[in-house]
Design a protein. Structure first.
Lengths: 252, 587
């Protein structure tokens, strides 16, 4: 089963725990049509033997839905930030290099700690304030055109690929990252959510907020859900400028 | 009395809704979830959520929704519970609307509605074809607000291990293990709400997420919780077979006009439209599944002689498709390479949902005092077959009932959990830690994931669309063999960080026991009803089988023990279910 085209050759950057050294291990698994990166990793789990034929620790990774809607299976495939489930083996050059995202701390093998993304969502108050879940009738009417704009933003899975691609997200910067900032626009678009717009804008006007974006445009290139990140950050730039004028003249 | 606390296990729609309700009633929550709650399986629901908003001038009402749901479930659901859900449904949709869910709109800015299977009314609110994701995010956001206020503490990346029962058998919390550190601890609670989702992974490949193992429910079943109607497994008619999973193609495609067909005598044959003129492609799922199965397997008329038929939206305007079904069309294109806007999709039925689950009463109490259940892990709302777009609704409704009920229960406790001796917690931790040491020392010849794959194949072949008693009996014997082989597993991973094999092997034990409850339940039920179809007994038999199956675990024999409970039919008298005529759902 080793003739050309019948196997998949994987070179995986591994790490046994948060404080361990990383190492590289190669694997060869049997090829099947319509295989993706997750199904290739599943083969290793069923038979944890490396390319040299030596038994090894099964490779650990994160994956949940396998249809690109949960955001769990982010990793580097041949150096590109991708969702492992929707990355088909047939579309890749072999050997296939897999590595954990660089931007986040590695916990084990391909698993990284993305808690900071969720913390950023908390910081920017990424929710619509409601009085409670009691029956208060329907929400506000919404223009379908605005709805379509907002829906594109609401598809963000907090997968972290935009963090990986952004040159300004790194350990020397306090930038909170493209995805959480874009969510501000989502909640500011909704007519109830808009009532908390100043609080959210205040938050992204602080250090590490929107002014840390360098407009490289890398984020939108890698977003698996095609969330219009750069365009949205552009709108927010305008919103924060207007808001700071208003704040200066009316509250200052 | 010290501040009381509720433990919620599972962060999908049911668990998050329960959490919000508990906090609104003034109690704090510890929320355990195997994964960040935003990645829960609710995100995979596509087509929409049902509620009789009656904004289309079609004279819809909660009563009609109730009629359709009971009839669609072949009269096996307890009616008062279902009525509660249908009556609350419009409020639930309005609540999500207020939370900012980007539901599709009409030209005047109201919620748009579309049609789903088993009804002739438009009552499904939707957000493109990623409605579950959007609803999940809305509750995730609201819970994050409570997290910021310190009212909810999330434990994400924690695996549920066991319920903690005191000497009277009352649930006083759970034990959990953190995947990263592999640390164990007890979570004390005055009540526990299970919202751990469905057991699809028992069937290997399904439309479910990899986390839908049923492991938590399997453990509770082993600890004494009754498991109800386990034999009722929904096989979704339109899934895309894949190497690693079966990817769902939402019923909403047919709601928007997709047609199911194959070639017969060289011409397209729209077999559902021909046989069911009133409902057409929107017959309930169990019926569509059996028809597709029959066309492919018995009549050998599948596309290219394979087990596939066409699901076709290529006649519908592209812009319309993108706004209303964009999410699923992108999935199909990404994974299959074909653009479904231009060429018909190829689909086949796949395991999708469990109507069965932990037994609960009208207020979501399980058979264990202090333990509640909500969402797909409970059995209560769907009878013998679930209607499309009722799952998001039942998950939210279950949480909405379980949360307040758990608070009421906790307030009524004569002895709060904080006052109890540490012993009951320490004892359970000790048992669980011994179990883990046992798992870590397993050094046989079997690989747990291969064993699981084999079990899934056997279950899918024998306990899904068509069920024969001989095969069911043999499957039960094969499951016994699997249980023996389980003892020969080699753990293959000795590390103390993210050792997912430990949690998988621990869960696999309970999955096998649930598989037996499902298989034997199907063997014993000698009739056909909803998703449960036996050619040997092709008709529904209300005289003998209008009953809820209750399985309880017998530890000494490791076999399920069955008893049966009457179904509440106090509101609608059961009648024959037949969709070949006209207005079947209406009276």
């Amino acid at each position: 089963m080793t003739e050309n085209g019948k196997t998949v050759h994987l070179i995986i950057k591994r790490q046994d725990g948060p404080n361990s050294e990383s190492y590289v291990e190669e694997f060869e698994v049997n090829y099947r049509p319509s295989m993706n990166i997750v199904s290739a990793l599943m083969e290793i789990r069923k038979n944890p033997v490396n390319k040299k034929g030596v038994e090894t620790l099964p490779v650990q990774w994160e994956s949940i839905c396998l249809e690109e809607v949960c955001g769990a299976c982010s990793l580097l495939v041949n150096g590109e930030p991708r969702q492992a489930c929707s990355t088909l083996v047939d579309q890749l050059e072999q050997p296939i290099h897999l590595a954990p995202l660089n931007t986040f701390e590695v916990e084990r093998d391909l698993i990284v700690d993305r808690k900071r993304m969720f913390e950023a969502l908390m910081k920017v108050k990424a929710w619509v304030e409601i009085d409670g879940t009691q029956d208060l009738g329907p929400g506000p009417r919404l223009n379908e055109r605005e709805r379509q704009f907002a829906y594109e933003l609401s598809k963000c899975m907090t997968c972290g690929l935009c963090f990986e691609a952004c040159p300004n997200v790194n350990d020397k910067s306090t930038f909170m990252g493209p995805a959480p900032i874009a969510q501000v626009k989502l909640f500011n678009t909704h007519s109830t959510g808009k009532m908390q717009e100043p609080m959210r804008l205040d938050e992204i006007m602080k250090e590490g907020g929107i002014t840390s974006c360098g407009n490289s445009g890398n984020c939108v290139e890698v977003c698996p859900k095609e969330v219009p990140l750069t365009k949205t950050l552009g709108y927010l730039n305008r919103d924060t400028t207007l808001y700071s004028f208003k704040r200066f003249f009316y509250d200052g | 009395m010290a501040q009381q606390k509720i433990v919620v296990v599972g962060g999908g729609l049911a668990g998050l809704m329960a959490t919000i309700k508990v906090v609104e009633m003034g109690m704090d929550v510890d929320l355990l979830s195997l994964v960040p709650v935003k990645r829960s399986h609710s995100a995979c629901a596509q087509g929409g959520i049902n509620g009789a908003l009656n904004t289309k001038g079609e004279d819809d009402s909660p009563e009609r929704h109730f009629q359709d749901t009971i009839y669609g479930g072949d009269f096996l659901a307890n009616q008062k519970q279902v009525w509660g859900m249908c009556e609350t449904a419009p409020h639930i949709i309005n609540m999500f609307d207020r939370m900012g869910v980007m539901f599709n709109r009409t030209p005047e800015g109201l919620l748009d509605l579309r049609r789903f299977g088993g009804t002739q009314h438009r009552r499904t609110a939707f957000s493109g074809a990623t409605t579950g994701q959007q609803l999940l995010y809305a509750l995730d956001e609201q819970v994050r607000k409570y997290e910021a206020e310190g009212k909810v503490q999330k434990f994400e990346g924690w695996d549920f291990v066991s319920a903690i029962l005191d000497e009277d058998g009352v649930c006083r919390g759970v034990t959990g293990q953190e995947l990263l550190s592999m640390n164990m601890r007890a979570f004390k609670g005055d009540a526990v709400i299970m919202a751990s989702g469905g057991p699809g992974m028992i069937f290997g490949r399904s439309t479910n997420s990899l986390i839908n193992t049923g492991a938590a429910v399997g453990k509770l079943y082993r600890q004494g919780a009754s498991y109800a109607n386990g034999e009722f497994i929904q096989i979704h008619p339109t899934a895309v077979p894949g190497d690693d999973k079966l990817r769902l193609m939402s019923e909403s495609a047919r709601g928007e006009g997709a047609r199911v067909w194959t070639y017969k005598d060289g011409k397209p044959w729209y077999f559902l439209e021909e046989k069911y003129p009133a409902f057409g492609n929107l017959v309930p799922r169990d019926i569509a599944t059996r028809e597709i199965f029959d066309v492919c397997v018995n009549q050998k008329l599948g596309v290219n002689n394979e087990n596939m038929v066409y699901l076709d939206v290529s006649h519908i305007d592209t812009d319309y498709l993108n706004v209303r079904l964009g999410g699923i069309l992108e999935i199909y294109q990404k994974f299959m390479g074909d653009d479904p806007r231009k060429v018909p999709m190829k689909i086949f039925p796949g395991v999708h949902y469990s109507m069965g689950g932990i037994w609960v009463d009208n207020q979501q109490h399980t058979s264990i005092p202090g333990l509640f259940a909500a969402g797909e892990c409970d059995y209560s709302q769907h009878g013998a077959n679930r209607l499309g777009a009722n799952s998001l609704l039942s998950a939210v409704y279950g949480g909405m009932v379980a949360g307040p009920e758990a608070v009421r229960y906790a307030k009524g406790l004569t002895e709060s959990t904080n006052g109890l001796s540490e012993k009951i917690f320490d004892d359970q931790l000790k048992v669980d830690e011994e179990e883990i040491s046992g798992i870590l020392s397993m050094n046989g010849e079997e690989n747990a994931y291969k064993l699981h794959q084999e079990m899934g194949q056997v279950m899918t072949e024998n306990v899904t669309v068509v069920r024969e008693n001989n095969n069911l009996k043999r499957t039960d014997e094969v499951l016994n063999d699997f249980m023996e082989r389980y003892k020969q597993i080699n753990i293959q991973d000795s590390l103390k960080w993210h050792n997912h094999a430990v949690s998988f092997v621990r869960g696999l034990e309970g999955m096998m026991d649930l598989a037996k409850a499902i298989t034997q339940g199907a063997y014993l039920r000698n009739e056909s009803r909803g998703a449960h179809y036996k050619p040997e007994f092709p008709d529904r038999n209300d005289e003998d089988w209008l009953k809820t199956t209750m399985a309880s675990f017998d530890a000494s024999s490791r076999e399920p023990q069955f008893s049966y409970e009457d179904v509440d039919t106090s509101m609608i008298t059961p009648r024959k279910r037949d969709y070949t005529g006209g207005k079947a759902g209406a009276k």
